[in-house]
Write a protein that binds this ligand. Structure first.
Ligand SMILES: [Cu+2]
Length: 326
């Protein structure tokens, strides 16, 4: 009963959009096979050891015999045991070496995205065919299914680590260094990525979303993201735009097609098209946008957006503007 309960609790962690055991990703799949192989081998070894231990405990004690036959048998079994152990360890080493070697084989990726990690959010820079930046976005990566995507990983401050358990193993992001990882999703879906290296106060709120989709919908998304921001359609949002441009907001955030061109915060050109704000902290709605702008330091203490004082009218207007940035 109790065992069953623990098993259910344990196994419930095996599926979902952030699981290394539920793997629609090409290299995560290879890693999962490796995990299963190692766990299986270790289970067999453990059962053998415990079996022998129980057998030895239960055995009747005999008077020590010192004949040649018994000694020869003992020597032989020790040799066999050493050989089997060495072979097992060597086998696992080879398996893990070949798996990890094959992980990054996709160097002819059709899509390259530069990823810049910083406390505590992710900037994604989509590269065009000439390897020039096509557009920037944050905390939400879209990829076409069944294609290799090369992520070029950089960090702007401390060491971070990129991990999308459903798609690939993790890789550190080290200041002054460029690491690359190739990911491929084999079925459409929404997966979760997370910083996997403690990087300060809000490390746990440094997540992102990966949306793997069929080529046509990926193309639509790409075209929409590459376009400049939509002009406000209602008066409240238009007033919000004016407020945004006259406050420090514009010094930290870019909204393409406007005079806002700051770079220390996420690009907001299409902020409302993204599923979350605050790097996975809150689902994007008009309400959460307003809550965030009103008091970012209570929602995500220590993050690099200061509280910019606004009147309640200005807050309503700015939130209306943000909500229209689809
Ligand atoms: Cu981090």
């Amino acid at each position: 009963m109790l065992l069953g309960f623990f098993l259910i609790v344990l196994l419930s962690g095996c599926s979902g959009n952030q699981s290394a055991l539920d793997t629609p990703g090409h290299s995560a799949d290879a890693l999962k096979d490796l995990i299963i192989l190692i766990v299986a081998v270790c289970t067999v070894v453990w059962l053998l050891v415990v079996g022998f231990l129980l057998w030895a405990l239960a055995r009747k004690r005999e008077a020590p015999r010192r004949d040649n036959d018994a000694e020869r048998r003992m020597r032989l079994s020790v040799r066999v045991a050493v050989a089997v152990t060495a072979l097992t360890v060597a086998g696992l080493t080879v398996a893990s070496f070949t798996t990890t070697r094959n992980l990054n084989s996709g160097n002819d990726a059709s899509l390259v995205v530069r990823v810049k990690a910083q406390q505590w959010w992710w900037q994604f820079i989509y590269q065009d065919a000439n390897q020039q930046p096509a557009f920037l976005t944050a905390n939400e990566l879209h990829i076409p299914v069944n294609q290799d995507v090369r992520l070029e990983l950089e960090s702007l401050d401390v060491i971070h680590s990129l991990w999308i358990p459903s798609l690939a193993g993790k890789l550190d992001m080290i200041p002054g260094r460029k690491n690359t990882i190739t990911i491929r999703a084999t079925r459409p879906g929404v997966y979760r990525g997370q910083c996997a290296e403690f990087c300060g106060l809000q490390h746990s709120h440094m997540a992102f979303v990966v949306v793997a989709e069929e080529e046509p919908s990926y193309r639509l998304w790409y075209t929409a993201q590459a376009a400049p921001a939509a002009e406000p359609t209602v008066a409240e949002a238009a007033a919000g735009k004016t407020v945004f441009m006259s406050k420090p907001c514009a010094a930290c955030h870019t909204i393409r097609g406007t005079s806002a061109s700051g770079t220390s915060g996420p690009d907001l050109t299409h902020v409302a098209s993204r599923r979350t704000i605050g790097a996975g902290l809150l689902e994007t709605t008009r309400g959460t946008l307003a809550a965030w702008i009103a008091d970012p330091q209570t929602l995500k203490p220590g993050n690099n957006m200061p509280l910019v004082p606004l009147t309640s009218n200005e807050l309503r207007q700015v939130s209306a503007y943000m909500e229209e940035l689809k």
